[in-house]
Design a protein around this ligand. Structure first.
Ligand SMILES: *Cc1c(COP(=O)(O)O)cnc(C)c1O
Length: 479
């Protein structure tokens, strides 16, 4: 299209004010904020102009260009405004089977933790008030006693996440000095969290020792100088080195640390408070074990295997934790009242391990065996067949789910999925449409099927899942 042609057509695009006065748009502005309506009308005009310019929009015959473009703008603005009026953070049904899915918000909280957040949100609390003395209190007090009781450590501190915990610990204990780490433990967690980079950020100098597959106690000993401030052990939580390997254990590091009068820190990553072996999962070192082995500082996440809110938990010797509490960085990475409330509720469940396994959704989902998932999968398959059997084939399939969240990478969790093979649309198209529904549904694509792993389907979500799938397969999706 020549410049002339499209500038001629631009004249038919109605002015924004005129569109705002159309009855359909006026009634829309009664229902949703006017600001959203106005920006949607402007956006619709911009898009129409772009499409005309690029030749993507052709005007149909038999209708006045002005009438056509006005109707087009009203329709598009309405769709845009309604779409922008939906919350950006939406509910998602996780049918991936990945229990700790970082993209989907990691740990699902227990009912108690959820209620605690609700209570903290809807009124005032003694967040930093000691109710006994009436004086100022510590926001860490509600969880510190629980953490020391559960882990056997002398002291505890909680910050925004485990990345912040590692940064704070290194910056407090080793700034301007050397930290010795095995080459087999220079972990990247995802995003930009890599041990060498966090170390640089903290102001500590990394001293790498050993080889990727083997690091011996003497490797650490030989690297110790007057500049050494800390021996660091990083749990390789998201990968495994197998075969001809030797890792120096926390206990061995502690022995060296004692001999040279150096603190030993362990970044556990997931940090479980219960023996994962009891859940039929590969055994992870528990926080209690590492504390018992003598680690001076231990850090782990609140929203990985613990199954609580996002947090970085630090436990260990009082002298080191006291120094961290005085570091100004602690104030910058402090937790809010919602984290305090949800973490306290989660930790209370761990006072009785059987309670924790029942009430903490992460543990319950990880512990679910295939035979326990079978009735869930069968019922879902049946309901889907009744609701949408004409548009797709539904079958129950044996699959393995993953723990996720960079935890227990080698664990395989025998699970069951309902495989959906749509008739009219491709499976990629089906997955795309299910991201637009309310709630959105995320499954796993495999060949010509969308797999819905029932391990991560939460109680009460089944009917919503059946409804949105039936709606999408019937072609009624609003996307
Ligand atoms: C996950 C992980 C971290 C980062 O924890 P976040 O709570 O996600 O910040 C740090 N170190 C290790 C070993 C981890 O596995």
């Amino acid at each position: 299209m020549s410049d002339k042609d499209y500038t001629r057509l631009f004249r038919y695009i109605p002015p924004v004010d005129e569109v705002l006065n159309k009855p359909a748009i006026e009634s829309l502005a009664q229902k949703i904020p006017r600001m959203l309506v106005l920006s949607a009308v402007r956006e619709a005009a911009t898009r129409l102009r772009d499409e005309i310019k690029s030749g993507r929009l052709t005007l149909p015959a038999g209708i006045e260009p002005r009438d056509f473009l006005t109707a087009e703008m009203v329709n598009r603005a309405t769709r845009l405004a309604l779409s922008n009026n939906r919350p950006n953070l939406r509910r998602v049904l996780n049918l991936t089977g990945v229990v700790l899915h970082t993209n989907l918000g990691r740990a699902v909280l227990s009912d108690k933790a959820r209620l605690a957040i609700n209570q903290a949100a809807s009124g005032y609390s003694n967040l930093e008030l000691d109710l006994q003395t009436g004086k100022r209190g510590s926001r860490y007090a509600p969880v510190e006693g629980l953490l020391t009781a559960l882990t056997g450590a002398e002291a505890a501190l909680v910050v925004n996440n485990n990345a912040a915990a590692v940064l704070l610990a290194l910056g407090t204990l080793a700034k301007g000095h050397e930290v010795i780490v095995s080459r087999g433990q220079l972990v990247e967690i995802g995003g930009s969290f890599r041990i060498p980079e966090v170390m640089a950020q903290s102001g500590a100098r990394l001293v790498e020792v050993g080889a990727t597959n083997k690091t011996h106690p003497h490797d650490y000993q030989n690297a110790i100088t007057t500049e050494t401030a800390l021996l660091l052990h990083v749990h390789t939580s998201n990968y495994r080195i197998v075969g001809f390997t030797k890792e120096t254990s926390t206990a061995e590091l502690v022995a060296i640390g004692r001999a040279f009068n150096l603190p030993v820190m362990s970044d556990l990553g997931s940090g479980s408070l219960i023996n994962t072996g009891a859940l039929d999962l590969p055994a992870e070192p528990t926080v209690q074990e590492v504390v018992r082995d003598g680690a001076d500082v231990v850090t782990f996440s609140g929203d990985k295997l613990l199954g609580g809110p996002q947090a970085g938990i630090i436990v260990g010797k009082k002298e080191y934790l006291d120094r961290m509490k005085k570091n100004p960085l602690t104030r910058a990475v402090r937790i809010d009242k919602f984290t305090v409330s949800a973490l306290e509720a989660t930790l209370r469940d761990y006072l009785d391990q059987a309670e924790a396994r029942r009430n903490v959704p992460t543990l319950a989902m990880l512990a679910a065996r295939r035979n326990e998932l079978a009735p869930v999968a069968a019922r879902l398959c049946e309901k889907l067949t009744v609701a949408a059997g004409a548009q797709a084939r539904f079958t129950v399939l044996e699959i393995d789910s993953a723990v996720g969240g960079g935890a227990l990478p080698t664990a395989n969790l025998p699970s069951l999925a309902v495989a959906v093979q749509p008739g009219g649309i491709t499976v990629t198209e089906l997955a795309a449409r299910l991201r637009e529904t309310e709630p959105a549904v995320i499954g796993r694509l495999q060949d010509d099927a969308l797999l819905l792993d029932v391990r991560t389907l939460r109680p009460g979500e089944e009917d919503a899942l059946v409804q949105v799938l039936a709606q999408v397969l019937a072609g009624g999706a609003d996307g």
